[in-house]
Design a protein around this ligand. Structure first.
Ligand code: F3S
Length: 402
C-alpha cells in the first residue's frame, strides 16, 4: 500500500498513517472496523481542508471501511433561510461533494454510534470527534485514539491505523479514582455534564475510574458527561465501576490495583463547577442552543413535553441541533409541531460550535451542554450560561435568566 501498488490515494493515506505511527513508535498497523471523520465543517477545516478533501477525491480515493461524517458547518438545507453567506456555503458544498465521492456515510453527526456506526466491544476504530471517541472507548468498549482531521480520513481510506495508545491493553487501565459522593437518586440529567466538566478539568488526559454512578444511568447521560469531560480536559476513556464493559470490578480496572490520585465530588463541587461553567450570572439571554452532542429522540421528546402549550419570548432564538433521522422521527411522533408552535426551531446536520454563529451577533447563550459551555465564549463569541433543559425552557419563556 505504501509503495503505491494499490493506487496513489491509498499510498497518500498510508504515508500519513506511517508518519503518525513513527511519531508514536507504533510497531505495526491494525485493521479497523470503521472510521469517523471531522473533515466536514468549513468553519473548522477552512480552505486547506477543502483542498485536502478534493485532493483525495481527485486521486480516486474511496473509504475502504464504513466511514461516517461529523456535522457540517451549516444546516445543509436551511442555510439560505439562516442567512449563511453564499461564499461560505459554496466552500461547504465543495466539502460535501468531495466526501460524497469518497463514499462517506452522510449522517453528518457527532453521535455516529446512534446512527449505524455501532462498534462491538474490543473492535479497533479510526475515529476523531472527541465526544464520539470517549463514548466508543468507554461505553461501547471499542478501541480508538483521538484521531485528528486528515488522519481520520486516511484511516477510513486505508482501513488501518497505527497500533499505539488506546489500542493496547496496557494503556486502558484506570489511573485516577473519582468518587461521586451524591446520592444517586438525587443525580439529575443536568448533573452529568457538570460531573464530566469537573473531571475533565482535574484529570486532563488521564483515565478516570468513577464510582457512585448508578447502574441505570442512561445513554444520553453518559453521552453528555463524556462530551464535557473530553472538552474541559482531553479524556478519551473513562470507566465506571460495575457499569462500563471493561470495568466489571474496581480492582480489575485500576492500574495494578492502585491509583495515582483520588478525586471526590459532592454537592458543594457540583454547585461550584456549575458556577465555573457560566461566564455571567445576570442579564438578558438572546440565544438558547441545545443538542451538543446532537440531541437524541429521547431528549427531543423531553423538550417537547416541556414546551407543550408554551410560547418562547420574541427576543430569544431557541435552536435544537440534531440529525436528519431524529428530525424525521420527531416529525412522525408529533414533537416537531409542538416545538415549532412554541417558537423553537430544530436545525440539522450542524451545530452552534461548527457553524458561523458569530454572524448573528448574539450576546448571551444559554445551554444544557457542558461541551458547549466550555467552547461557546471563544467559538460563538458570547457570554455563556449553563442550565438544565428545564431552566433553559423557563428562561426562554420569561425572556431573561430564570
Ligand atoms: Fe457535536 Fe457540535 Fe457538540 S459536533 S459534540 S454538537 S460541538
Amino acid at each position: 500500500m505504501l509503495a503505491g501498488e494499490c493506487g496513489a490515494a491509498i499510498q497518500l493515506a498510508m504515508e500519513i498513517l506511517t508518519k503518525i505511527g513513527d511519531i508514536y513508535e507504533a510497531e505495526e498497523m491494525i485493521e479497523i472496523a470503521s472510521a469517523h471523520t471531522v473533515m466536514t465543517p468549513y468553519r473548522d477545516i477552512m480552505d486547506a481542508g477543502v483542498e485536502i478533501c478534493e485532493k483525495f477525491a481527485k486521486l480516486g480515493a474511496k473509504y475502504s471501511v464504513p466511514t461516517t461524517l461529523d456535522p457540517a458547518g451549516m444546516d445543509l438545507q436551511r442555510w439560505r433561510e439562516l442567512k449563511i453567506p453564499e461564499s461560505y456555503a459554496e466552500k461547504q458544498m465543495r466539502i460535501v461533494r468531495a466526501q460524497e465521492k469518497l463514499g462517506g456515510i452522510p449522517v453528518w453527526t457527532c453521535v455516529p454510534y446512534l446512527h449505524g456506526n455501532v462498534p462491538m466491544p474490543g473492535q479497533h476504530l479510526g475515529w476523531s470527534e472527541s465526544s464520539a471517541v470517549v463514548f466508543a472507548n468507554s461505553v461501547l468498549g471499542a478501541r480508538t485514539n483521538r484521531l485528528t482531521a486528515v488522519v481520520d480520513m486516511a484511516a477510513g481510506i486505508a482501513g488501518r491505523v497505527p497500533k499505539f495508545g488506546l489500542h493496547l491493553d496496557e494503556n486502558r487501565q484506570g489511573e485516577i479514582l473519582v468518587k461521586i459522593n451524591v446520592k444517586s437518586k438525587f443525580l439529575t440529567d443536568a448533573d452529568y455534564p457538570i460531573i464530566g466538566y469537573f473531571i475533565g478539568k482535574h484529570v486532563g488526559d488521564k483515565i478516570p475510574v468513577l464510582t457512585g454512578i448508578p447502574r441505570n444511568v442512561s445513554t444520553d447521560q453518559l453521552k453528555n458527561m463524556g462530551a464535557a469531560m473530553a472538552a474541559s480536559g482531553s479524556v478519551a476513556l473513562y470507566h465506571i465501576a460495575g457499569v462500563t464493559p471493561e470495568a466489571k470490578t474496581l480492582t480489575r480496572i485500576l492500574r495494578k490495583g492502585v491509583w495515582e490520585d483520588t478525586l471526590e465530588l459532592g454537592t458543594k463541587e457540583l454547585k461550584q463547577t456549575k458556577e465555573e461553567m457560566c461566564t455571567t450570572g445576570v442579564g438578558e439571554v438572546d440565544f438558547i442552543a441545545v443538542g451538543c452532542p446532537h440531541y437524541s429522540i429521547m431528549e427531543i421528546r423531553k423538550l417537547a413535553a416541556l414546551l407543550k402549550g408554551k410560547k418562547i419570548h420574541k427576543g430569544i432564538k431557541f435552536w435544537i441541533y440534531t440529525t436528519k433521522y431524529v428530525e424525521m422521527l420527531a416529525k412522525r411522533a408529533g414533537y416537531s409541531s409542538i416545538i415549532e408552535a412554541a417558537g423553537a426551531q430544530i436545525l440539522t446536520e450542524t451545530c452552534m460550535l461548527v457553524s458561523p454563529i458569530d454572524i448573528y451577533g448574539f450576546k448571551t447563550l444559554m445551554t444544557d451542554s457542558g461541551k458547549c459551555a466550555q467552547y461557546a465564549p471563544t467559538l460563538c463569541k458570547t457570554e455563556v450560561l449553563y442550565g438544565s433543559i428545564e431552566d433553559c425552557v423557563k428562561t426562554a419563556i420569561k425572556g431573561s435568566l430564570y
